[in-house]
Design a protein around this ligand. Structure first.
Ligand code: 13P
Length: 210
């Protein structure tokens, strides 16, 4: 895909996330890999109203080389690209349900959302590490995210929100949506007698789609 086409796709997918309430205000940021660097949403921009031409461009070393001032979360995105070389896009949201789960104190820090449905396993995988809280934009988060991302496609930042990666931008957005809806299901069903996917069902999904 050309850089121009990727800029347009990023703006369209971000607007779609915003319109459906997965992002509010200026929360969230999205990046995508190019042959010679990365595109990332500008800091303080609304995902609902991105101008494709003003999306920030970073070189292969994550230095700002074009467009508006980049997101303050470049470190977060860089940690994913460095930990998972096959990743083509990273989506960070403050989507309500996944962020709610990121605030729960009594969950499994390796997988706070149980395997309730196939698409959660297919898009997120077997692990969803919870990374300890860091102030937004704090560069100190990078080693912790790198370590977590080396073993998982998606993470929850404690008391902040989800970060999701995938090979393509479209798949990363799909995964972010799936994570949000899985968090919603988990919270809806909390305290109820739930039938989970079995280990064998999860393994089959991971082998076929993981
Ligand atoms: P930016 O506007 O700098 O991308 O930050 C938004 C955000 O979601 C912080 O976590």
């Amino acid at each position: 895909m050309s850089e121009q086409a990727l800029r347009v796709l990023l703006s369209e997918l971000a607007a779609s996330l915003f319109q459906r309430g997965y992002a509010v205000g200026s929360a969230g940021n999205v990046s995508a890999k190019l042959p010679d660097g990365y595109l990332i949403t500008p800091t303080n921009s609304s995902l609902g109203r991105l101008d494709p031409e003003r999306i920030s461009k970073l070189d292969a070393n994550f230095e700002h080389i074009g467009g508006d001032k980049p997101s303050k979360e470049v470190f977060m995105h860089r940690a994913f690209y460095r930990a998972r070389p096959q990743v083509g896009a990273v989506v960070h949201l403050h989507s309500t349900m996944a962020t709610a789960v990121s605030c729960l104190a009594d969950v499994d820090p390796n997988c706070p959302i149980p395997a309730l449905t196939p698409y959660f396993v297919m898009r997120i995988g077997a692990r969803l590490p919870v990374v300890p809280y860091y102030r937004p934009g704090d560069a100190a988060m990078e080693p912790a995210i790198y370590q977590a991302a080396a073993a998982a496609r998606a993470i929850l930042l404690a008391n902040h929100g989800p970060v999701v990666s995938a090979d393509t931008l479209t798949d990363a957005v799909y995964a972010a949506e799936e994570l949000e809806e899985s968090a919603r299901l988990f919270l809806l069903l909390r305290g109820q007698n739930v039938r989970m996917l079995t280990e064998a069902q999860q393994t089959e999904l991971l082998l076929k789609f993981g």
